[in-house]
Design a protein around this ligand. Structure first.
Ligand SMILES: O=C(O)[C@H](O)COP(=O)(O)O
Ligand SMILES: [Mn+2]
Ligand SMILES: [Mn+2]
Length: 553
């Protein structure tokens, strides 16, 4: 829905004809743990270190938990909620919380999405597909179980769950405990035949994003829908235990398990997806559910050969793309995000350039714009995607940082854009591999890229704001709860931390075009990511609109 809100000129900071740069370091937290496992601290990062010295123009903001609309302050931040907040300036109840509320008050079971799939309960199979963990970034185990129990109560006779193992938002190896628990929980359902039917690791099966590699989704389609995979096992627990062991030489982590299918004594898959079945995706987060949703929903589809296209009653946990209305049906209505900065700036005729590599492209466009895949005014907005590599990123920690820097510099120098925003994927994507050395080189490289961008902006007389969306590379080791000491595995090696962190993130402002008196105020100690929006709107010469969190300036 178009907003009736509008921006007003700032009375002290005038609109500059030179560009404003907003630079996001994905997964770059300011962590209190300052030992060698903090890859940002351990790496050579002279540029971002120097920014910290200017206490009037450098600070941190909260990037996790309730500050970004998540259920509790034990929830780490993530790119979806982080970029939603950065783009909209608002703290919005996010998917995780909306699903909690809908389950708690029972409304989830009265809405249209549930009624729609319920039609299949008595004579067909109900399938759930999603990420099996309690990470709280894409999905949560307790929510899956809430829906499974609701289905059994409402008469579902046959349930099949297709699981994507995590090891990214939660420690590697925890897939075993989640599968054990799920097998027990399914077994305990009365009057309902419920089993795990297929699965695979989230980075290799089904959960691709931004069309980085459709093969990932194709593997999932084969396993979940057709019941076809090289690896067949009598149970999911046996599958993941054996697949984790790999070939005996090199173990495979949860994130990267190959696809598998659970088969019965007759060797046939226990849960293919057939005409008339209901299918519910149980992830609330959108980016990694868009492609699989298209495969289930679009009659006309050519990203890969589906071989068979069952006519299912298909729902997402949420509607994942508000522009595409995808999927058409969903269990819980998604967060309503309106009056975002992109829309308000387009109304003022502000020209914008946004760039990242594939892995984060939708973060600076789709998430930034409140989960919309289109443009507000295409003639004013240029979105550039640099294709990401398709290797594990510790093998290529430089990712596309240099190319993004070149594109950003070119955009700044072109004189075509009032606002240039870029996102560097490295600290996050390499951080998720748990590889400390690689994360350090990623952080050092990005630090150098930041220098190039800031220098270019300064040379032009521009203004800049540097920040991050959540922590990740700032802690690469699992730690003891109380002492915060690093944890070691049985082999005496540190246990890698692959997830985001709860750390706040830095915000720095500057630029040769920024009036000297512009400094951070000191009366917002608990500010969060949503306070950054009003801040860059100020740099662009506008006041902070009242529906947004106050500016940091
Ligand atoms: O999807 C992922 O890669 C992780 O679960 C979260 O990372 P992101 O929020 O930085 O994308
Ligand atoms: Mn991120
Ligand atoms: Mn991440």
């Amino acid at each position: 829905m178009a907003t009736d809100k509008a921006l007003k000129p700032h009375d002290k900071i005038s609109r500059n004809k030179e560009p404003v740069l907003v630079c996001i370091l994905d997964g770059w937290g300011e962590n209190i743990a300052k030992d060698k496992f903090n890859a940002i601290h351990s790496a050579e990062t002279p540029v971002t270190d120097a920014l910290k010295e200017n206490k009037k123009r450098w600070r941190t903001v909260r990037a996790h938990g309730t500050a970004v609309g998540l259920p509790s302050d034990a929830d780490m931040g993530n790119s979806e909620v982080g970029h939603n907040a950065l783009g909209s300036g608002q703290v919005i109840d996010q998917g995780a919380r909306l699903v909690d509320i809908a389950l708690d008050d029972g409304s989830a079971f009265k809405l249209d999405g549930w009624k729609y799939i319920s039609e299949a309960f008595s004579h067909n199979t109900l399938h759930f597909i999603g990420l099996l963990s309690d990470g709280g970034v894409h999905s949560r185990y307790d929510q899956l179980v809430g829906f499974v129990k609701g289905a059994a109560r409402d008469g579902a006779k046959r349930i099949r769950v297709h699981i994507l193992t995590d090891g990214r938002d939660v420690p590697d190896g925890t897939s075993v405990k989640f599968v054990e628990q799920l097998e027990k929980d399914l077994e305990a359902l009365e009057g309902c035949d419920a089993r795990i039917a297929s699965g695979g690791g989230r980075m290799y099966v089904t959960m691709d994003r931004y069309e980085a590699d459709w093969k990932i989704v194709e593997r999932g389609w084969h396993a979940h829908v057709l019941g076809e995979a090289e690896h067949k096992f009598p149970s999911a627990l046996e599958a993941i235990k054996k697949l984790r062991a790999g070939d005996g030489k090199k173990p495979v982590t949860d994130q990267w398990l190959p696809p598998f299918v659970v088969v019965g004594e007759d060797g046939k898959p226990v849960g293919t997806i057939e005409d008339g079945d209901a299918v519910a995706l149980f992830n609330f987060r959108s980016d990694r559910m868009v492609q699989i949703s298209k495969a289930f929903e679009y009659e006309d589809f050519n990203a890969f050969d589906r071989k068979r296209f069952p006519k299912t009653k298909f729902v997402g946990m949420m509607q994942y793309d508000g522009d595409l209305k995808l999927p058409a049906r969903f269990l819980v209505p998604p967060p309503a995000i309106s009056g975002v900065s992109g829309e308000l700036l387009a109304k003022e005729g502000v020209t914008t350039f946004a760039c990242s590599e594939t892995q984060k492209f939708g973060h600076v466009t789709f998430f930034w714009n409140g989960n919309r895949s289109g443009y507000f005014k295409e003639e004013l907005e240029t979105y550039v995607e640099i294709p990401s590599d398709t290797v594990p990123f510790n093998e290529a920690p430089e990712m596309k940082a240099r190319e993004i820097t070149e594109a950003g510099k070119e955009a700044l120098l072109s004189g075509k854009y009032d606002m240039v925003r870029v996102n560097y994927a490295n600290p996050d994507m390499v951080g998720h591999t748990g590889d400390l050395e690689a994360a350090m080189s990623a952080c050092a490289l990005v630090d150098g890229c930041v220098k190039e961008l800031l220098d270019t902006c300064d040379k032009m007389g521009g203004r800049w704001l540097l920040t991050a969306d959540h922590g990740n590379a700032d802690d690469m080791v699992q730690r003891q709860k109380k002492s915060n000491e690093p944890m070691m595995g049985e082999d005496g090696q540190p246990l890698p931390l692959t997830s985001h962190t709860l750390a706040p993130v830095p915000v720095a402002i500057g630029g040769s075009g920024l009036p000297e008196e512009v400094v951070f105020r000191d009366d917002l100690p608990n500010a969060g990511l949503a306070n950054i929006t009003g801040t860059y709107l100020n740099l662009l010469g506008f006041t902070t609109p009242s529906h947004m969190e106050p500016s940091l300036i």
